[in-house]
Design a protein around this ligand. Structure first.
Ligand code: SF4
Length: 522
């Protein structure tokens, strides 16, 4: 298969030839042909290709596994047909993600049965959920690597033996990491239990990479994600991520700062901090307002231009955090706060708390403190028992809150989540109707908001040729998080400027569409 068929335009690597769903947060990324390893590859052993599905948190896991493999002497390839070993790092967030993971495993299995590949490894969240079933139902799979076993990628691929606990300083370190009291209480209540999951290993994932862990970035040269925490202690009834990823644990403050400094030295200009819940950062080792402190420290790194964080938990947004965003120019005035719903009764059944009034007050405070704030959220529609009235409450809330960006997911039943046992399930057809209706409301809001930007000037991070057409360039402003939000297409560049990807330019918005913008470089 020619490499073009494997590559979704503009990104790197080994991919099935299907277009990504731009409406979801899921993404595929793969290994780089020329990895950005800080350690040169000295031994040419096995060629390993990666497909990374799901969210940026999973992408970082792929980058860590690629780093471990490269350090052990493996060669990374972006071509499936050249790979001796193919690794599929899977997502298991909702049913459609599980299905996409299975489809991708089967597509990659064809390179083993009818191609050069000798080994197929499945890693990630699907392994934590269906470990035994994957081995049983897909015989082409040679080994599985769970989210807490990233170092096992070495032995699974046959590149090198996995380090023992005594060889691996950060595994030993993690085994003594403290936890949050909330997490311990929820563990005692059975929040993290996987007893009913056939084949799930007893130990919850407890892995967390460190600044000493090798990592090969699969993102464009100028940007990188940093995972500052892993796991989640919240009790949301629709979610099995805590069972898949374990209790909340933070990376050490110094480790995150050291990694950010090193990335900046290597040419990264934009850092996006990620975790299931970044706003709890540091609580497990007694740090108060840890994220605000961390942002302040990262803002002092000279070569960085933009720093942002994703996935704030609504009731964890403190005044200090907002002040940190407002105070530091390098901290993007951008927040992604997944609210999941606005009806207090639905939120109660989701075990999240809050409601439209509380959220509106909180949003008003955010906008007061950070006047140029770009606010993103996401909702789940069709949660069991969601009445027409509760759904209307959500619609009214969206009209009133006027989000800059919004995503809506249809509720997906997850065996193992508390909501699985709830009655009054909404039909898939009705869920889709509600999702489309909500997105229709947001489309109008977005259109109006984008139109108001015409004539305004912004700093633009140029990303390169447009994925839509080679006649245009595309980039992002601080209002656009990588991969998630709309785009800025550039159709006019002064003759004196030779536009380079990864560079910042001053631009003026000249046109607005529902979600995307058109700009000229000044
Ligand atoms: S905050 Fe809720 S939805 Fe988000 S990962 Fe944790 S349990 Fe899941």
């Amino acid at each position: 298969m020619p490499v073009k068929d494997l590559t979704v335009s503009g990104s790197h690597g080994l991919k099935p030839d299907r277009k990504p769903d731009r409406g979801s947060n899921f993404r595929k990324e793969t290994s780089l042909e020329k990895p950005r390893a800080e350690t040169p590859l000295t031994v040419r052993a096995q060629k390993v290709g990666f497909v990374s599905l799901g969210c940026p948190k999973n992408l970082v896991d792929s980058e860590v596994m690629m780093g471990l493999l490269a350090r052990a002497g493996a060669e990374l390839t972006r071509r499936a047909e050249d790979a001796d070993v193919i690794v599929v790092n899977t997502c298991s967030f909702i049913e459609s993600a599980q299905q996409e993971s299975v489809n991708t495993i089967l597509e990659m299995a064809a390179h083993k049965t009818g191609g050069k590949a000798k080994k197929l490894i499945v890693a990630g969240c699907l392994v934590e959920r269906f470990r035994e079933q994957i081995r049983k139902d897909i015989p082409e799979v040679d080994a599985v690597v769970g989210t807490g076993e990233l170092e096992k990628i070495l032995s699974a691929t046959g590149v090198a033996p996995a380090p023992t606990r005594s060889d691996s300083p950060f595994v030993v370190l993690n085994s003594v990491l403290p936890s949050r009291p909330e997490g311990d209480a929820r563990a005692a209540q059975g929040r993290f239990s996987r007893e009913t999951w056939a084949g799930a290993i007893g130990d919850l994932p407890n892995y967390l990479y460190d600044d000493s862990t090798p990592r090969i970035l699969a993102t464009p040269r100028h940007m990188a994600y940093i995972k500052i925490a892993e796991g989640c202690d919240h009790p949301c009834t629709f979610c099995i991520i805590p069972q898949l990823r374990g209790q909340f644990r933070s990376r050490r403050f110094e480790s995150v700062v050291a990694e950010a400094e090193r990335l900046a030295q290597s040419g990264v200009r934009e850092i996006t901090l990620i975790g299931q819940d970044t706003t709890c950062y540091g609580e497990d080792f007694g740090l108060k307002d840890g994220l605000a402190l961390l942002l302040g420290k990262l803002a002092a790194i000279q070569d960085l231009r933009w720093v942002r964080f994703l996935y704030a938990y609504p009731n964890k947004i403190t005044g200090k955090l907002l002040d940190a965003i407002a105070r530091h120019e390098k901290i993007c005035s951008y927040m992604d706060v997944p609210l999941q719903h606005a009806s207090a009764s639905v939120l109660k059944r989701m075990k999240r708390g809050g409601g439209a009034d509380v959220f509106l007050r909180s949003i008003a405070k955010m906008r007061r403190t950070v006047p140029d704030l770009t606010l993103r959220t996401s909702f789940i529609v069709g949660f069991p028992g969601e009445t027409e009235k509760e759904f209307e409450e959500l619609c009214d809330f969206v009209r009133e809150a006027q989000f800059d960006w919004m995503g809506a997911f249809g509720y997906s039943d997850q065996d193992g989540a508390d909501a699985f046992g709830l009655e009054k399930k909404i039909s898939p057809r009705e869920i889709e109707r509600r999702r489309k209706h909500l997105m229709g409301i947001q489309r109008q809001i977005s259109k109006k908001k984008k139109k108001a930007l015409v004539g305004c000037e912004f700093d633009l991070l140029l990303e390169g040729e447009s994925e839509e057409t080679e006649l245009l360039l595309e980039g992002r402003t601080a209002m656009h998080a990588p991969e998630i939000d709309g785009k800025v297409f550039v159709n006019d560049v002064p003759d004196a400027i030779d536009p380079q990807p990864g560079q910042f330019y001053r631009c003026q918005i000249t046109e607005a569409h529902d979600y995307d913008l058109v700009a000229r470089i000044l």
